[in-house]
Design a protein around this ligand. Structure first.
Ligand SMILES: [Zn+2]
Length: 678
């Protein structure tokens, strides 16, 4: 159901939610309002609104989008480049078989072929439906479920590979909770009227999908109710997103004997065989209780109900790539989750699918057109300046002991930086892309990716690999590799502009880089060492002082609302909020350093310090539909843009000073309440 699809390790901390799967339209002028007499007052009351007033008042969310803002606007520009590449590739009928053009052209071209999709209807997924229909025993149900997982479809749990958190040079087999059709366990378990209504809509949607498969309304309705019952039972055994933020709580290395004892009804040999897992003596089980309960359901739930569950997930996975009836029903329900008013144009959907499946093939052509070696050098320069600023600040911290400081600085010095695009591109030669029903190309790509992930088990860790494609407007820190990663897609305006002044770039890309660096030391990232091992390197007293500050961040953000009276989840968002505050603090220090001995030029009536904060406010401007805002509060570890601006700035004396805000102003936290970690 294409929610928060990410190929990153579970613990990797991104800059924004799924911004790489977004898109955008014309960029409204980013220029700040001209300075005038009551500027300071307005800036000190609600800085987000002060900086973005004109944009907020003049921007409406395009009908096909759940939300709109700087990330979407930039991704829209990137899409223009990608479309040119893909149009040329699909028009190049002379491309050599297996060449980049042939692969991109066939993938995108078969997606764009709406006539073929209409003609085929659901026929392309008939082999999956037939296999499900033929299953008559619990063993056969499991074999089909496991083979569906191999094709990237939802079925019970996710069996794959992961870097061993406690032996970071090794890749091991892992099992994670899964199996749901709705975006989160909360959607099944909450009892407020909106949640109850949405579950009713979900059952209705599943029922309509069964009817598209030819079932009578009565049978379809009954089957849909069984699907909800199975998924609700699984949801009740899932860990919450907040619980999963504790890396030790999701690290359980089980021997195969222990795994069999945990879930004796599961035929693990079948799962391992269908997913091509090599012989292993242990598996990391992220959520043992989930595996125990879901495994038990294999015994207690009738085969007929499991078949309905698998039929639903096979159809749901394929729906976005089939004929109009399927695409429209899929959109109709998803719009209840995100508020979008119309379907994205076909080319945008096809472009996103191509980026998702062949990201590093498309990415090669993209960086050739957009990302010069000079741009890479300039970005790297800012990264180094930020690293130096954080180094200085760590050394000068008054609350941290020397022994913890030494370890923190060692970790910072060991950061790996990835800028723009991979040094070595992924090899897609083993992935067949053909002129056939598009959904078959999508499933082949998912199978190819699953095989690639599984084949890492027992192999040394590939530290050069990327978790985002080059055109992605996003960035991440991965604690297991202790690396910060910035795709070419985000190293552009308004985040980074070689023609702009330093203050604007440091408040944009600089703070983004600082944000990713701080993730290495946020409440989750600080639990990993320089080599990416989950190992406690803090003294008890330093950890206590850190946690006291983190707790204040949690309670500050829990006080903010996202929509109506719905509050942010202070615990879910704490890592990102700490990263925003730290990133801004470090970037501000780096800006000061870069301006040493230079004139502090005033531009458009604003000092460099003021432009720094305006730049940060501009990149986070956004408008979201209420449905989407509610969805994000449940699933997104990031706070809404308004609070990513006002939340950290209210803690920063640097901000109050830049705009001459006074004690008692809404944008100035009282000393007793103020948080400063780095
Ligand atoms: Zn982040």
């Amino acid at each position: 159901m294409s929610h928060t699809a990410t190929r990153l390790a579970t613990a990797a901390a991104m800059l924004a939610l799924g911004a790489g799967t977004l898109a955008a339209q014309n960029a409204a002028a980013a220029a700040p309002p001209a300075a005038h007499a009551d500027t300071a007052c307005a800036a000190c009351t609600d800085f987000y609104r002060f900086a973005n007033q004109k944009w907020l008042d003049s921007t409406t969310i395009p009908a096909a989008y759940p939300s709109w803002g700087s990330f979407y606007e930039l991704y829209e520009r990137n899409q223009g480049v990608l479309r040119t590449i893909l149009d040329a590739a699909s028009a190049n009928h002379a491309a050599a078989p297996g060449s980049t053009d042939a692969k991109l052209g066939a993938f995108y071209g078969t997606c764009m072929d709406s006539t073929a999709a209409e003609t085929a209807g659901a026929a392309p997924i008939r082999p999956w439906l037939d296999r499900i229909a033929a299953a008559s025993t619990p063993s056969q149900v499991q074999a089909v479920a496991a083979s569906m997982r191999h094709d990237g479809m939802t079925a019970l749990w996710s069996l794959g590979s992961t870097q061993d958190d406690k032996a970071s040079t090794r890749v091991v087999a892992s099992i994670s909770q899964g199996g749901l059709g709705l975006p989160d366990r909360d959607y099944y378990l909450k009892t407020d009227s909106a949640s109850v209504a949405l579950r009713k809509d979900y059952v209705d949607h599943v029922s309509r999908v069964f009817q598209l498969l030819g079932e009578t309304p009565a049978a379809a309705g009954a089957h849909a109710a069984r699907v909800l019952a199975i998924e609700t039972a699984m949801a009740g055994a899932q860990m919450t997103r907040v619980q999963q933020r504790d890396p030790n709580a999701i690290y359980h290395k089980l021997s195969m004997a222990e795994l069999r004892a945990l879930a004796p009804n599961v035929e693990w040999a079948t799962w391992m065989r269908e997913l091509r897992v090599p012989a292993v003596d242990s598996v990391i089980v992220r959520q043992p209780e989930f595996v125990r309960v879901a495994g038990g359901l294999l015994r207690t739930v009738p085969v007929a109900d499991w078949k309905a569950y698998l039929r639903w997930h096979a159809a749901d996975e394929a729906a976005p790539y089939l004929s109009k009836a399927w695409v429209n029903e899929n959109f109709r329900f998803n719009s209840k989750l995100n508020g979008a008013k119309e379907l994205l144009p076909r080319w945008k959907r096809c472009l996103e699918s191509t980026d998702g499946s062949l990201g590093e093939l498309l990415g090669q052509a993209y960086v050739q057109r957009t990302f010069t070696p000079e741009a890479k050098a300039r970005a790297l320069n800012i990264v180094r300046n930020l690293q130096a600023a954080l180094h200085d600040r760590l050394g000068a911290l008054s609350w941290m002991s020397d022994s913890t400081k030494r370890q923190a600085i060692g970790k910072l010095d060991a950061f790996m930086q990835k800028i723009g695009y991979p040094d070595r591109w992924r090899d897609y030669s083993g992935l067949p892309v053909q002129r056939r029903a598009f959904v078959l190309n999508v499933l082949a790509a998912q199978r190819f990716e699953r095989d690639r992930q599984i084949s890492k088990i027992g192999q040394p860790v590939d530290r050069a690999e990327w978790g985002m494609s080059p055109p992605t407007v996003n960035a991440y820190y991965n604690p297991a590799l202790n690396e910060i990663v910035f795709p070419a897609g985000i190293l552009q305006q308004p985040f980074f502009d070689p023609a702009a002044d330093d203050a604007t770039n440091y408040g944009g890309m600089g703070a983004v880089i600082g944000h990713e660096m701080t993730h290495g030391f946020d409440d989750e990232g600080r639990q990993y060492d320089a080599q990416g091992n989950l190992r406690d390197w803090w003294t008890a007293e330093d950890a206590r002082l850190y946690n006291a500050q983190a707790e204040r961040i949690r309670s500050q953000f829990a006080g903010y609302t996202a929509v109506d009276t719905l509050h942010l989840n202070g615990q879910l968002t704490s890592g990102e909020n700490i990263a925003d505050l730290g990133g801004l603090t470090i970037a501000y220090a780096a800006l000061q350093k870069s301006m040493e001995g230079k004139p502090h030029e005033v531009i458009n009536g604003y000092t460099p310090e003021q432009r720094f904060f305006l730049s940060w406010a501009h990149i986070w401007r956004e408008q979201s539909r209420p449905e989407y805002a509610r969805y994000l509060v449940t699933v997104d570890p990031h706070s809404p843009g308004r609070w990513r601006v006002n939340g950290p700035l209210a803690n920063m004396p640097e901000f109050a000073q830049a705009f001459q805000c006074k004690a008692g102003d809404p944008m100035v936290r009282a000393d007793a309440d103020r948080v400063r970690i780095w």
